[in-house]
Design a protein around this ligand. Structure first.
Ligand SMILES: *[C@@H]1O[C@H](CO)[C@@H](O)[C@H](O)[C@H]1NC(C)=O
Ligand SMILES: *[C@@H]1O[C@H](CO)[C@@H](O)[C@H](O)[C@H]1NC(C)=O
Ligand SMILES: *[C@@H]1O[C@H](CO)[C@@H](O)[C@H](O)[C@H]1NC(C)=O
Ligand SMILES: *[C@@H]1O[C@H](CO)[C@@H](O)[C@H](O)[C@H]1NC(C)=O
Ligand SMILES: *[C@@H]1O[C@H](CO)[C@@H](O)[C@H](O)[C@H]1NC(C)=O
Ligand SMILES: *[C@@H]1O[C@H](CO)[C@@H](O)[C@H](O)[C@H]1NC(C)=O
Length: 392
């Protein structure tokens, strides 16, 4: 890889098309896969929970820039969609992740066990690919991914982005990604969270005039394997009821907002006096500061298991009241049937989890898929705001 970064080719302008919908497939989370393989305890102990964050830019010129990443267990993200890269197209399953910014997939040069079980990109099979000398390093919990930057055509639904920067892995250490059902990650957070100041996919969709509105939205279906979608460039009103309530983004890095409080039966149980939260499609659960989450586990009667998870009686999902997240003065109730999840063996677990180990932002709440299945969410880059409405 020594071709150097390409000069960006001239974009042929086309008229903005209609909004594009990409279907998402829902699968068992990595957490469930590991629980079934009795490997969950080891995994939890060795992988502190984290969200993606960008390290100081001062090392930009020194060769390697690190972008430590979240632990992708809760990931474990159980929703992914298809994209293709290159010409002719090579297909990948990626998580559309609002908690990180970069796009990356495994490469044919990666000999790690995790790469053996996934689709890998071959730059030499693509006539439009330019590889660069720029190394990248993504860290997570106790392992990491190293690789390099490349540029190529990326197709998402009916949209074709030219000259998109993306990461190609050379090494994916440890169990990282080994159990993941997806190949890579397509980040949708703000450019300031991205590696090496590259232009993220969503920014290119807008700059290259491929979408009519500078926003995207997620509908995560509650039960069915199919039916979930991410839509780029427009909002389809048939996925929600009532009006969207808009909430300003407080810090354009993650999709971060202020939350007023979290309550049950009209009493505040967490986030008293306000707190910050990020809306993260790449997290399954409701993650909060450990003291706050321990209080909530106690209130709902969830007990710690040997795995470090919080088990709860399945009956509680019929008897416990809603937990209400108040955001910008509007109540977003989460019923017990959503904050209690049953696994395939019939055991029930709390959907609340605390940040583990050394989290970069220990006071941040992370509202993951448990919340997003209840509320259709619009990520409006033009106005730096998030729109929420009950999902149908
Ligand atoms: C993704 O692509 C695979 C294989 O090409 C196909 O079987 C699958 O249905 C696609 N999934 C979605 C959600 O479009
Ligand atoms: C980044 O590095 C510079 C120079 O080393 C330092 O002045 C600055 O405070 C650092 N910023 C952060 C957020 O750590
Ligand atoms: C909106 O979504 C509904 C339900 O999936 C679909 O039938 C309809 O065609 C969509 N409308 C547009 C304009 O995409
Ligand atoms: C939560 O915050 C909102 C907005 O500040 C406030 O109106 C409401 O009373 C608070 N909820 C409780 C239970 O105190
Ligand atoms: C949790 O522990 C308490 C006290 O030991 C017990 O009464 C309760 O039944 C336990 N709940 C579950 C779900 O195991
Ligand atoms: C759950 O409810 C069922 C029927 O309503 C009852 O038979 C069972 O004892 C309950 N289990 C617990 C742990 O409370």
């Amino acid at each position: 890889p020594n071709a150097g970064p390409p000069t960006r080719s001239l974009i042929c302008f086309s008229f903005p098309t209609l909004a594009s919908r990409i279907p998402l497939t829902r699968v068992k989370s990595m957490r469930q896969n590991l629980r079934e393989k009795n490997k969950l305890k080891d995994y939890l102990e060795s992988h502190p929970y984290n969200v993606a964050y960008r390290s100081n830019d001062s090392d930009l010129d020194t060769g390697v820039q690190s972008v430590p990443m979240r632990n992708f267990l809760d990931v474990s993200v159980i929703y992914f969609g298809n994209i293709s890269i290159g010409m002719p197209p090579q297909d990948f399953k990626v998580v559309f992740d609002t908690g990180s910014t970069d796009l990356w997939v495994p490469s044919i040069y990666c000999y790690s066990p995790a790469c053996a079980s996934h689709n890998v990109f071959d730059p030499h099979q693509s006539s439009t690919c330019r590889i660069s000398k720029q190394a990248i390093h993504l860290e997570y919990g106790s392992g990491d991914m190293t690789g390099f930057l490349a540029y190529d055509t990326v197709r998402i639904g009916g949209l074709t982005v030219l000259g998109q920067a993306f990461g190609l892995s050379l090494q994916e250490s440890g169990t990282f990604m080994k159990y993941a059902v997806f190949d890579g990650i397509l980040g949708l957070a703000y450019p300031s969270l991205g590696i090496r100041r590259t232009i993220p996919v969503f920014d290119n969709l807008w700059i290259q005039n491929l979408i009519p509105q500078e926003l995207f939205a997620f509908y995560l279906s509650r039960k069915e394997k199919e039916g979930s979608v991410v839509m780029f460039g427009g909002v389809n009103h048939s996925y929600y009821s009532g009006d969207l309530n808009w909430v300003p983004v407080t810090r354009p890095l993650y999709w971060e907002i202020s939350m007023d409080n979290i309550s049950m039966n009209g009493e505040v149980i967490a986030c008293d006096g306000g707190c910050q939260a990020i809306i993260d499609t790449g997290t399954s659960l409701l993650i909060g500061p450990s003291h706050a989450v321990l209080d909530i586990q106690k209130i709902i009667g969830a007990n710690r298991t040997r795995n470090g998870e919080y088990q709860i009686s399945c009956n509680a999902s019929n008897t416990l009241p809603d937990i209400v997240f108040t955001i910008n003065g509007i109540d977003y109730p989460v019923p017990a049937s959503a904050y209690i999840q049953q696994d395939v063996q019939g055991t029930c677990f709390s959907s609340f989890d605390k940040t583990r180990g050394s989290m970069f932002f220990p006071d941040l709440w992370i509202l993951g898929d448990v919340f997003l299945r209840l509320y259709f969410t619009v990520f409006d880059r033009a106005n730096d705001r998030i729109g929420l409405a009950p999902a149908v």
